[in-house]
Design a protein around this ligand. Structure first.
Ligand code: GDP
Ligand code: MG
Length: 732
C-alpha cells in the first residue's frame, strides 16, 4: 500500500504539485492587466487513478481524503502534499479567470467569427489515419467517441470539455444551428448521425464543423478540434481527391499562428514518414506550436525513449507518450493500466515521468491553451474592432435604397452627371485621377496616338509612294481625255481623274479611323457608366443599351460626315496653301534633264534609271518608246508633279479635318448627346426611371452580408468586452 502511494506520488508530482506559470495580458486599456496562474486541474483524473472513486470533483483544491492517504509518506513528500493544499485557492482562481476566457473564445467560435477572417486560438488535433486521434480525445474527455477502421471523422469535430461539478454529466452536440442533447453511452452514434447530416451519408468529407460539448467533473477545461485523418488512397466510395480535400481542411486549421498543433503519432511508426508531421512542418517549421502525442506506447515500447529523445521531427512543445483505452476497458481501468505500464515496463519506465500519461497531456494542453488565449486575446479584440469599423464604413458608403420617383430621378441625374464629369476628364480635359493606372482609359492621350497612327498609315500607303511605272498612269489618262484644244493645255480633267482614283483608294482609311475612335469611346463610356450605375442592377442593364444606341448613332453620323469629307476631296482640287506652289516648283526643276535623259539616242549606252528629288531612284526605260512625243512626256511629268505636291496637301488636310471632327464630336457627345441616354431611360411617359433603380441582387446581398457581419462582430465585441471587464475587476 505504502509502496503504491509513494510511487504514485513520485510519478505524478509533476502535475500534482501546483505548477504555476505566469503571464501577462498586454493591456487593451492601460488599466487592463492580468496575471494568470495556471495550475493542474487534472487532479480529479489522478484521484480516480489512485482509487478514490468517490472524491468531490468540484475542482477546488486537493481532496482531504486523498491527502490523508499520504500520511505514510516520508516528511519531504508530505510537505509537497501540504503545499498542494495551501495552493488550493489558486486552482479556484484558475476556474474564475481562465474558464471565462475559454468560454469567451468558445462563444466567438460558435459565432463563427473565423468566417470574418478573425483567427481564434485553437488546439487542432491532426494525425494519420488510425494513429489514435479519437482514442486520445476519448482519453481526455472520458467518453466514447466514434472509433474504428477507415475514416469515421469526416467533418471537423470541435470538442469542448468543461469541468463541471454537476452530479450528472451534461453532453450535447451543436451543429447546423441546433443543439442535440446526447446520452453518454450514445455519443459515438450521435456524432455519426450528425456527420451524416452535415457531410452526407457516403464517405465524403465536409468542412462544416460539429461541436461536442462535454460538461463533466473529471475533464480538463479544453477545447480542441479533431480533424479527419490523413489518407493517401481513397477507399471504395470515397472521392478520388480525398487526400487533397482532407489536406485542405487540415491546412486551413493549422496554418494560422493562433493554432496549436497536437500531432498524434503512433509509436509503431517512423515519425518522419507521417503525413501529419510533413503537414505541420510546412506551417510550423520550428515546431514552436506543435506538441506530439505518441500513442500505442504499449505496442512498441522498445526504442520509444530513444525516439522521443532524438526528436528527429522538430517538435517544439515536446512529446507526451500515452497508452489509450484498449478494447472494452473502462476509462478508469485504462488510466490504471497506463500508470502501471509506465511504472513497471522495463523500457517505458525509463521515460521521464514528465512526458508520460494522459493526465500529463491534459495538464500540458490546459497550460498551452491558457497561454495562447492570453497571447491572442488583445489581437482578437483589435481585429474585431477593425473589422467592425471597416464593415460599418462600407455599409455607410452604400447608397440608400430608393423609395420614391423623385428620389429615383434625382439618383439617375446624379449618376448621369457624375458619369459625364468622369468622361469629360478622360476624353476632354485629360485628367486621369479616377483611373490613374488604367492607361486604356486615358482618352485624350489615346486620341493623339490614334491620330498619329492614322497619319502614318496615310503617308505610308501605296498611293503616297507612287514610284512604280513612272508616268504611266499620267500618260494613259492624258490620252483618254484628249480633246479638241490646244496641245499645250494641261487638261484639268486628267488631274481630277487621277485625284479621284487616288482618293477612292484611300477612302477606307478615314472611315476605319472614325470607327476605331467610336469603338474606343464606346468602351470608355461603358466602363464609366457601369461604374457609376454599379449599385442599380436594372438601370445598369438599360443604361448599357442606351449608351450603346447613342454611340452607334454618333458613329453613324460621324461616318457619314467622313464620307462627305472624302467626297469633297474627290470633287475638286483646291488649296490656298503656298506649300503647294513651292513643292511643285521644286519638283519641276529636273524636268529638262529628265526629258533629255529619256530622249537620249541608243538605249544601250544610256542609264535606264535616274534619281529624282522627292521620288528617289526611278525606272525610265519604259518611257523611251515615247521619246518622239516630247509634249506628252512633258505634260505627264507636269501632271505627276502637280499631283505629288497636291497629294501632300490632301493627306495633311484629311488628318487635320479628322482631328477637328473628332474633337467636335466628343464635345457634342459630352455636352448634348448624352442627354439621349436620360431620355431613353426615362421613357416616353417619364416613368421608366422608378423601375430601373431597383437595387442589383448582388448589391442587396452585399448589404445583407454587411449587416449580418456587423451584427456578429458587435456580438463578438460584447463577448470580449465582458471578459475584459472581468479581467479589469480581478485586477482591481
Ligand atoms: P484515429 O483514426 O486516429 O482516430 O485512430 P483511433 O483512435 O480510431 O485508433 C485506431 C486504432 O488504434 C483503434 O483500434 C484503437 O483502439 C487503437 N489504439 C489507439 N490508441 C492505442 C493505444 O495507445 N494502444 C493500443 N494498443 N491501441 C491503441
Ligand atoms: Mg478518428
Amino acid at each position: 500500500m505504502r509502496f503504491h502511494h509513494e510511487n504514485f506520488h513520485l510519478k505524478h508530482q509533476v502535475w500534482l504539485s501546483p505548477l504555476p506559470s505566469s503571464f501577462h495580458f498586454s493591456p487593451l486599456h492601460p488599466s487592463h492587466k492580468l496575471t494568470l496562474k495556471i495550475v493542474d486541474l487534472s487532479h480529479c483524473l489522478s484521484q480516480k487513478m489512485s482509487g478514490n472513486e468517490d472524491v468531490d470533483s468540484g475542482g477546488v483544491g486537493v481532496d482531504y481524503e486523498y491527502s490523508q492517504s499520504h500520511a505514510e509518506l516520508p516528511p519531504m513528500e508530505q510537505q509537497k502534499v501540504v503545499a498542494a493544499q495551501v495552493q488550493a485557492p489558486i486552482i479556484s482562481s484558475y476556474n474564475d479567470k481562465i474558464r471565462p476566457l475559454i468560454d469567451a473564445i468558445d462563444r466567438l467560435r460558435l459565432l463563427m467569427v473565423m468566417k470574418e477572417g478573425i483567427q481564434l486560438p485553437t488546439i487542432v488535433v491532426v494525425g494519420d489515419q488510425s494513429s489514435g486521434k479519437s482514442s486520445v480525445l476519448e482519453s481526455l474527455a472520458g467518453v466514447n467517441l466514434p472509433r474504428g477502421q477507415g475514416i469515421c471523422t469526416r467533418v471537423p469535430l470541435i470538442i469542448r470539455l468543461q469541468k463541471d461539478a454537476k452530479p450528472r454529466p451534461e453532453i450535447y452536440l451543436e451543429y447546423n444551428g441546433k443543439i442535440v442533447p446526447v446520452d453518454e453511452s450514445h455519443i459515438a452514434t450521435a456524432i455519426n448521425l450528425a456527420t451524416d447530416e452535415v457531410a452526407g451519408h457516403g464517405k465524403g468529407i465536409s468542412n462544416t464543423p460539429i461541436t461536442l460539448v462535454v460538461k463533466k467533473g473529471d475533464v480538463p477545461d479544453l477545447t480542441m478540434v479533431d480533424l479527419p485523418g490523413i489518407t493517401r488512397v481513397p477507399v471504395h466510395g470515397q472521392p478520388e481527391n480525398i487526400y487533397e480535400q482532407i489536406r485542405e481542411i487540415i491546412m486551413q486549421y493549422i496554418t494560422p499562428n493562433e493554432s496549436i498543433i497536437l500531432n498524434v503519432l503512433s509509436a509503431t511508426v517512423d515519425f518522419s514518414t507521417c503525413e501529419s508531421i510533413r503537414m505541420s512542418q510546412q506551417v510550423d517549421k520550428t515546431g514552436e506550436r506543435t506538441l506530439a502525442v505518441v500513442t500505442k506506447a504499449d505496442k512498441a515500447p522498445e526504442g520509444l525513449l530513444e525516439k522521443v529523445t532524438a526528436d528527429d521531427v522538430n517538435i517544439g512543445l515536446g512529446y507526451v507518450c500515452v497508452r489509450n483505452r484498449i478494447g472494452d476497458e473502462s476509462f478508469e481501468e485504462a488510466r490504471k493500466e497506463e500508470a502501471r505500464l509506465f511504472e513497471t515496463h522495463p523500457n517505458l519506465s525509463r521515460i521521464d515521468n514528465a512526458i508520460v500519461s494522459v493526465p500529463v497531456l491534459a495538464q500540458k494542453l490546459v497550460q498551452i491553451q491558457a497561454s495562447i488565449i492570453a497571447r491572442c486575446l488583445p489581437t482578437i479584440v483589435k481585429n474585431i474592432n477593425e473589422k467592425l469599423n471597416a464593415n460599418v464604413t462600407e455599409l455607410q458608403k452604400m447608397p440608400k435604397a430608393l423609395t420614391s420617383v423623385a428620389d429615383a430621378t434625382q439618383a439617375l441625374m446624379r449618376i448621369i452627371g457624375a458619369a459625364k464629369e468622369s468622361l469629360r476628364k478622360l476624353l476632354w480635359r485629360g485628367e486621369f485621377d479616377e483611373y490613374p493606372d488604367d492607361s486604356t482609359m486615358h482618352g485624350t492621350v489615346r486620341f493623339v496616338k490614334m491620330l498619329s497612327q492614322f497619319s502614318d498609315k496615310l503617308h505610308k500607303c501605296e498611293e503616297s509612294e507612287p514610284n512604280k511605272e513612272f508616268l504611266k498612269e499620267e500618260m494613259k489618262v492624258l490620252e483618254e481625255v484628249k480633246g479638241i484644244e490646244l496641245p499645250n493645255f494641261l487638261p484639268r480633267e486628267a488631274f481630277l481623274r487621277i485625284l479621284q482614283r487616288k482618293v477612292e483608294k484611300i477612302s477606307f482609311m478615314p472611315i476605319e479611323f472614325a470607327e476605331k475612335i467610336w469603338d474606343y469611346i464606346d468602351g470608355v463610356m461603358m466602363a464609366v457608366l457601369m461604374r457609376h450605375s454599379e449599385m442599380y442592377y436594372i438601370l445598369k442593364v438599360s443604361m448599357k443599351r442606351a449608351a450603346y444606341n447613342l454611340v452607334q448613332k454618333m458613329k453613324h453620323r460621324s461616318i457619314n460626315r467622313v464620307k462627305e469629307i472624302v467626297e469633297m476631296e474627290k470633287l475638286t482640287a483646291y488649296t490656298c496653301n503656298p506649300d503647294y506652289m513651292k513643292e511643285w516648283t521644286k519638283f519641276m526643276n529636273p524636268e529638262n534633264s529628265f526629258i533629255s535623259l529619256v530622249n537620249t539616242g541608243s538605249p544601250m549606252r544610256v542609264p535606264s534609271r535616274m534619281i529624282l528629288e522627292g521620288f528617289g531612284d526611278i525606272e525610265i526605260e519604259h518611257l523611251r518608246q515615247h521619246s518622239n512625243n516630247v509634249l506628252l512626256l512633258q505634260q505627264a511629268f507636269d501632271l505627276k508633279m502637280r499631283m505629288s505636291a497636291y497629294w501632300k496637301i490632301v493627306l495633311v488636310r484629311l488628318v487635320d479635318t479628322m482631328a477637328l471632327h473628332l474633337q467636335y464630336s466628343v464635345h457634342n457627345l459630352l455636352n448634348n448627346d448624352m442627354e439621349d441616354i436620360v431620355k431613353e431611360l426615362m421613357g416616353a411617359d417619364g416613368h421608366g426611371v422608378e423601375r430601373m433603380l431597383v437595387e442589383s441582387p448582388s448589391m442587396a446581398a452585399k448589404r445583407e452580408k454587411l449587416k449580418k457581419s456587423i451584427k456578429l462582430l458587435k456580438e463578438s465585441k460584447d463577448v470580449v468586452a465582458k471578459i475584459m471587464d472581468r479581467i479589469a475587476s480581478f485586477d482591481a
